[in-house]
Design a protein around this ligand. Structure first.
Ligand code: CMP
Length: 143
């Protein structure tokens, strides 16, 4: 079964949107496999966002993502990467389709509430940065 890494960013935590976002994912029928409430240190943030190093938004992105707690998660299901990206919406809140998390709750690309893996390769890489294999919980999920 496919897995993806999702992370509610410091703005989502501060705005009290953990429950709303997790609820949308649950109601969609996706399976939660792991979750962790944590503050990311700069070393982990830099590894997670390595592909963006050198871009103008990289320094503020690292500052922001390390500025407060995040809610890191692994979700599982068929085509879960595409499905969660559809639920989250485009990076730019203005371009995100109505009904998506970013369209409904975000106004700025820098504060777009949640990160979601964009490929199988990145999902595996990001999951292994944040979770040890034994932290992924296996259980029956019939919905
Ligand atoms: P995220 O999916 O976490 O991946 C990188 C983040 O950088 C992105 O969400 C945005 O919050 C932020 N960002 C800021 N400006 C840009 C940009 N021009 N393109 C992509 N991401 C950006």
């Amino acid at each position: 079964m496919e897995q993806t890494f999702l992370m509610i960013k410091p703005d989502g935590v501060q705005r009290g949107l953990i429950g709303e976002i997790v609820s949308r994912l649950e109601k969609k029928g996706l399976k939660l496999s792991a979750a962790k409430f944590m503050v990311i240190d700069r070393a982990l943030a830099e590894r997670h966002y390595a592909e963006h190093e050198g871009k103008p938004f990289y320094p503020p992105l690292i500052d922001f993502i390390t500025s407060g707690p995040v809610f890191a998660m692994v979700w599982s299901g068929d085509q879960v990467i595409e499905l969660t990206r559809a639920l989250i919406g485009k990076t730019d809140a203005l371009a995100a389709a109505p009904g998506t998390i970013r369209s409904d709750f975000a106004v700025h690309t820098n504060f777009n509430l949640i990160h979601g893996s964009d490929s199988l390769e990145n999902a595996q890489r990001e999951i292994s940065l944040f979770f040890r294999p034994e932290e992924l919980v296996e259980y029956e999920h019939t919905m």
